[in-house]
Write a protein that binds this ligand. Structure first.
Ligand code: PMP
Length: 356
């Protein structure tokens, strides 16, 4: 029986993240993590941490971290806001910028957290269908209370060319346009330079993917100072010290080590291109991915059955049980050895089931 007070609960269907198996030997290709360790500068910073400093609150504006991010991108500090992963930054952006009677627009297939935040915050929204998994800028030429696109998109992996991103922003200068660039470092061109031209454009990035720092939870928004100060006002009405001291100190070290993460990206993208060829030769179909994952299906092969068979071998890939996505598996790019194990297990499954 429902208790009286339960009628007043804010009910939501939460976002469901990929499984984090306990087994240390698991081959984890299900949450788009980086298979390589973060910058060794983070380890140095960790060793240098003074644990007695933990008795104090952290810097409310994560000063050193925001400064290091700003410097890395040639921005001023006033153009950067850092938060607890890009999920935090995106959620705060929804809260700050999307408060209109007109619907916020985002693609029908995209990061599934967008609709969760919209529902939680009671933001009106409409989804826009993709065409062959591609975003068509002309579909965003209508009244709206804001726009969010992930570029490259997830879980499709498809990159929208910079001109098309600019087309969307140029035609929507009355509402805030958020471009979620969680995967941009794996082969795309960031729309960051456009923030100088368009005051309503917000770029959101993360240290979780290309910087191999998902566990420390660092994400950031970049854009015009008015957008940034508006998010900071909302954040300061919510939680004064969201980023903890170790994350600020280690994140600052990571932000500065550009050469290291560029090397990691090269390794991941080289493996990705090889895996694309191998998956094609096994008969898989997928749009070209510019991310650290491949979203693939295969005629005559059940995605769920293959996922479960891989799981038996301690290899984890991601499946989304929705009508539009149920035939696909999202496979994160791991190390070469991990991808070889995944490809061998997949080949074996297909042979055993007479599908190859
Ligand atoms: N945006 C997209 C498109 C993502 O796939 C993810 C990862 N789940 C995020 C944002 C959030 O990443 P994080 O909070 O780790 O920065």
């Amino acid at each position: 029986m429902e208790r009286e007070w339960e009628k007043y609960f804010r009910e939501v269907d939460p976002y469901v993240p990929g499984e984090q198996p306990e087994r240390p030997d698991a081959i984890k290709l299900n949450t788009n993590e980086n298979p390589y360790p973060p910058s060794p500068k983070a380890l140095e910073a960790l060793k240098g941490l003074d644990y007695t400093s933990f008795r104090r609150y952290p810097a409310p504006e994560a000063d050193s971290l925001e400064e290091a991010i700003a410097e890395n991108y040639g921005l001023k500090r006033e153009n950067v806001f850092a938060g607890v992963g890009s999920d935090d930054v995106l959620a705060l952006s929804f809260l700050t910028f999307f408060n209109s009677e007109k619907p916020v627009l985002f693609p029908e297939i995209t990061y599934s957290f967008y609709s969760v935040w919209a529902k939680l915050l009671k933001v009106k929204y409409e989804t826009v269908p993709l065409v062959n998994f591609e975003i068509r800028p002309e579909d965003y030429r209508r009244e709206n209370g804001g726009i969010v696109i992930a570029n490259p998109n997830a879980p499709t992996g498809v990159l929208l060319p910079l001109e098309a991103v600019e087309d969307i922003v140029r035609n929507n200068q009355k509402s805030v346009v958020i471009v979620d660039e969680a995967y941009i470092d794996f082969g795309g061109t960031s729309a960051l330079p456009l923030t100088r031209k368009y005051e309503n454009l917000l770029i959101v990035q993360t240290f979780s993917k290309s910087r191999a720092f998902a566990g420390l939870r660092i994400g950031y928004a970049m854009g015009d100072r008015n957008l940034i100060s508006a998010i900071k006002r909302v954040k300061n009405s919510f939680n004064s010290y969201p980023i903890n001291t170790p994350a600020i100190v280690l994140g600052t070290a990571v932000a500065k080590d550009r050469a290291y993460y560029e090397g990691t990206i090269k390794k991941v993208t080289a493996t990705r291109e090889r895996v694309k060829k191998e998956l094609r030769s096994l008969g898989f179909l997928f749009s070209d991915s510019m991310t650290n994952f491949i979203f693939a299906r295969r005629e005559g092969t059940s995605a769920v059955d293959l996922m479960n068979a891989l799981r038996e071998k301690n290899i984890f890939v991601r499946h989304f049980a929705t009508p539009l996505l149920k035939d696909y598996l999202r496979i994160t790019i791991g190390t070469d050895a991990e991808m070889d194990a995944f490809l061998a297990a997949t080949r074996e499954y297909l042979k055993e089931h007479g599908e190859l």
